[in-house]
Design a protein around this ligand. Structure first.
Ligand SMILES: Cc1cc2nc3c(=O)[nH]c(=O)nc-3n(C[C@H](O)[C@H](O)[C@H](O)COP(=O)(O)OP(=O)(O)OC[C@H]3O[C@@H](n4cnc5c(N)ncnc54)[C@H](O)[C@@H]3O)c2cc1C
Length: 317
């Protein structure tokens, strides 16, 4: 086992996702504290130019193959597994994203490596990781044996700043493994449908969750949004109930938003929701449960029934 931290670079449509820079920043801290090496693994086809954005890493391993041109869990897992076998990293860091979860699970099985998902904290020496259970209601600290493990990191857990540096990193180009017959083939990228309101461009969002109880109560939130000059967005159960369209959903399987103001009404703050709104400049949460995880992310919190607070607020506004 080497003292290498291996960060799997996630990119889509020509852009490196922020989660990569978060992991590089954290990985650099651990590598500096332990005398280890920070390595970024960049996979794709014709994307070698992206290596210049990964200069925080001590080394970039670049694997170019037609089967890696678009995300395919099989070809990506095979490639990561091969790099893991050849490099024996102490820790593999992957985004806790749709892509990352596919890779992490596959490589964990292939390499018989322990895998900690939903990680939101890692100690400076890399020996302890904090992860969420039960949709963020419980956090657990796990000690790592040092024999190699995979962690998938929830986006927003670390700063991106420490992981961003442009330059000429040391790039090692490696041949892709034998892909064999891939039973999965990429067909097309399905973009989200365009909707009535583009919530990603709104400066103010009033976001409703299951606490709104019924679609008959939505006008309360709509009135507040109108009075503030914003729009209504929501958590996933609201879309699952068909109370609002999918284009209003914030989160992992919805849209990522970064408004100036994000007000949550009756949203618990599950990691899948938080992933889509944690970068809002100002977050105000209203929830009757003082222990709701959303209060860990909110700048201001109100422990109150939305049906008491919102009519009074609307009247005041
Ligand atoms: C693969 C996957 C992808 C997912 N993608 C998304 C996604 O994109 N977006 C998303 O949001 N979720 C997503 N989820 C679902 C997510 O895990 C949570 O289930 C969901 O976010 C919970 O929504 P909620 O907070 O509205 O509901 P709940 O978790 O049920 O919370 C409701 C909250 O309302 C509060 N409340 C109740 N009544 C009142 C009241 N009168 N006044 C004030 N507060 C009140 C309660 O205390 C509670 O905290 C995904 C899940 C999976 C597995």
């Amino acid at each position: 086992m080497s003292n290498q931290i291996l960060v799997i670079v996630e990119h889509l449509k020509g852009s490196i996702e922020d989660i990569t820079f978060e992991m590089l920043g954290k990985g650099k801290e651990i590598a500096s504290n332990t005398g280890g090496e920070l390595v970024a693994l960049l996979m794709g086809s014709g994307v070698d130019g992206m290596a210049a954005q990964l200069a925080v890493a001590d080394k970039v391993i670049y694997v170019d193959d037609a089967n890696l041109a678009e995300f395919n869990p099989q070809s990506y897992c095979k490639t990561v597994s091969e790099v893991v076998v050849n490099n024996q990293p102490q820790m593999v860091m992957i985004g806790n994203t749709s892509m990352g979860m596919d890779i992490a699970g596959g490589v964990s099985i292939d390499q018989n490596m322990p895998f900690v998902a939903y990680v939101s904290g890692i100690s400076a020496d890399g020996n302890t990781v904090t992860s969420s259970l039960y949709g963020g209601k419980i956090n657990v600290d796990s000690s790592l044996s040092g024999d190699g493990c995979i962690v998938s990191v929830i986006s927003g857990s670390f700063s991106t700043d420490a992981g961003k540096a442009e330059g000429n990193p040391n790039v090692e180009t490696t041949a892709a493994p034998d892909m064999g017959d891939l039973s999965l083939q990429f067909k097309k990228l399905i973009e989200p449908e365009s909707g009535d309101v583009d919530i990603t461009t709104q400066e103010i969002l009033v976001s409703v969750g299951r606490g709104i109880q019924s679609d008959e109560n939505l006008p309360l939130a709509e009135e507040l949004a109108n009075k503030l000059g914003g729009a209504v967005s929501c958590s996933r159960p609201i879309v699952d109930n068909k109370w609002l369209s999918k284009t209003r959903q914030v989160g992992k399987s919805g849209l990522k938003v970064k408004p100036k103001l994000y007000i949550t009404l009756g949203i618990s703050g599950a990691p899948e929701h938080v992933e889509g709104m944690k970068d809002a400049e100002l977050i105000i949460a209203v929830n009757t449960d003082p222990n709701a995880p959303i209060f860990d992310y909110a700048h201001y919190g109100v422990v109150q029934d939305i049906f008491d607070l919102i009519p009074a607020l609307n009247a005041k506004l």
